[in-house]
Write a protein that binds this ligand. Structure first.
Ligand code: SAM
Length: 198
């Protein structure tokens, strides 16, 4: 875990909540929910202030919401009563447990070697044919933004290849660009994978 990145989220939680507050339903989240069985069990990895986890809970899913930032977890629980918990990506140790994992712009804070190590952990945590949603910024290299958050950028093809090495088959791709908390417009990709047998 990068302490500096998590400290930024702890400190700028109000700005992050304002930035991500929207009345509009998140269409990629709606599609993700549509790929899961009724009452699916979902891990929200890096849940932030909990809006996606709350939408999934409202859709009847059982949500395990986790984040490394104590402030994010506090707000998620205060706003949405999620029973979210403080946990790092590296601490996920469930086996054959989840129908889906929602990792929306969280794993971009891992280094490439951490990311490669985490992928088999996520595959193990999913049931067979479980669904992984991955939102990532695209580009290349590793750098801190002007707030101090550390990011690793990948070309889309590299992400798909890394995930294929960990037995994840891509089933949907969306692309876009958006202005983040640091104020810069950056391209992103939303990838949906199915966990195949390894
Ligand atoms: C850009 S925010 C995304 C939050 C949420 N998924 C959303 O869509 O709004 C990234 C989140 O990843 C969390 N995070 C960063 N490093 C982490 C780590 N090593 N383990 C768990 N969570 C981490 C941050 O605290 C932050 O809440």
């Amino acid at each position: 875990m990068d302490k500096e990145t998590v400290a930024v989220y702890d400190k700028q939680i109000d700005d992050y909540v304002d930035l991500t507050a929207t009345e509009k339903p998140d269409e990629s989240l709606t599609r993700f929910i549509g790929r899961l069985p009724a009452k699916a069990h979902v891990l929200d990895l890096g849940c932030g202030p909990g809006a996606s986890a709350a939408a999934m809970k409202n859709a009847g899913l059982t949500i395990d919401a986790t984040d490394a930032s104590g402030e994010m977890v506090r707000v998620a629980n205060e706003k949405f009563a999620l029973e979210a918990r403080v946990a790092t990506f590296q601490s996920i140790d469930q086996v054959d447990h989840y129908d889906g994992i929602w990792a929306n712009f969280s794993l971009l804070h891992a280094t490439e070697s951490e990311f490669i190590e985490i992928l088999p952990t996520l595959h193990r945590a999913l049931k067979q044919n479980g669904v992984l949603f991955l939102g990532m910024k695209t580009g290349s290299g590793i750098k801190r933004d002007r707030l101090g958050r550390r990011y690793t950028y990948y070309p889309e093809e590299t992400l798909i290849a890394l995930l294929a090495n960990a037995s994840f088959k891509v089933i949907a791709t969306e692309r876009g660009e958006a202005i983040g908390l640091a104020g810069d417009m950056e391209p992103f990709v939303l990838l949906t994978f199915q966990a195949s047998s390894s």
